[in-house]
Design a protein around this ligand. Structure first.
Ligand code: GDP
Length: 231
């Protein structure tokens, strides 16, 4: 009687191969991890003129912007939320690049929408933001953070109006629906499709710093924005 040996179960090598991140992910995450504080500018004219691609992170206060930047760069306290309403807020720049050669920068714009901020300060900030988004020459892409449980606020809508002409001209635009771990599957799918209609030419992704959802994908997308000719 012939004996058929049992099929070999997938060995450890197979398991490792399945778990290993894709090379593009390793490159993008390694690149994001090089982020270093470059400078802070309380007003636009203090920003250095740069030739490298700049990617701006914007969103209302508490949307999860600092957590998102820290998660993408795999650094605990690179970006931090200013929890003091009315405090002078600045644009913070972080440089990115391997071997100390800066090939892109991230710009962390102040969160907007604190109810307690005096109206004059709000208007001043809207102006600074709008000017930055319209005039910054090396601006290559914008990442808008939005808590999907609250949807777009009035200030988000103003920002969308401000950037629309530049998005039409080819500026990259991504909306991140943050804290996605707080939504069930149905609500996440609903939020995604609503935002896809509102994002006017931008892409939309679910993101959770807590569950590490979307992290690799976003890192890869930002890497591509900054290296458009690299395969
Ligand atoms: P910022 O004001 O936009 O910089 O927002 P923060 O990054 O400070 O986040 C605001 C709050 O949301 C904090 O309490 C964070 O811990 C929380 N938060 C941020 N990201 C996530 C996430 O992915 N999941 C959950 N559940 N909470 C988050």
């Amino acid at each position: 009687m012939t004996h058929t040996p049992p099929r070999a179960a997938p060995g450890p090598a197979h398991a490792v191969a399945k778990l290993a991140p894709a090379p593009e992910t390793v490159i993008a995450m390694g690149w994001m991890h090089t982020a270093k504080f470059l400078t802070t500018a309380p007003q636009l004219h203090f920003l250095p003129e740069l030739q490298v691609p700049e990617i701006a992170f914007v969103g209302r206060s508490n949307a999860g912007k600092s957590t998102c930047i820290n998660t993408l760069t795999q650094q605990k306290r690179l970006a931090f939320a200013s929890k003091t309403p009315g405090r002078t807020q600045s644009i913070n720049l972080f440089s990115l690049g391997k071997q100390g050669v800066t090939d892109a920068v991230l710009a962390d714009l102040p969160g907007y929408g604190y109810a307690a901020v005096p109206k004059s300060d709000k208007l001043r900030w809207q102006q600074v933001m709008a000017n930055y988004l319209v005039t910054r020459e090396n601006l290559t892409g914008i990442v808008l953070m939005c808590d999907p449980r609250h949807g777009l606020t009035e200030l988000d809508e103003i920002l969308l109006d401000v950037i629309r002409p530049r998005v039409v001209e080819g500026l990259k635009f991504l909306v991140l629906l943050t804290k996605a771990d707080k939504l069930n599957k149905t609500d996440a799918a609903k939020a995604l499709s609503i935002m896809q209609l509102q994002a006017g030419g931008g892409s939309v992704k679910l993101f959770s710093a807590l569950k590490k959802q979307g992290v690799d994908e976003v890192a890869q997308l930002l890497w591509q924005w900054a290296h458009p000719t690299a395969g």
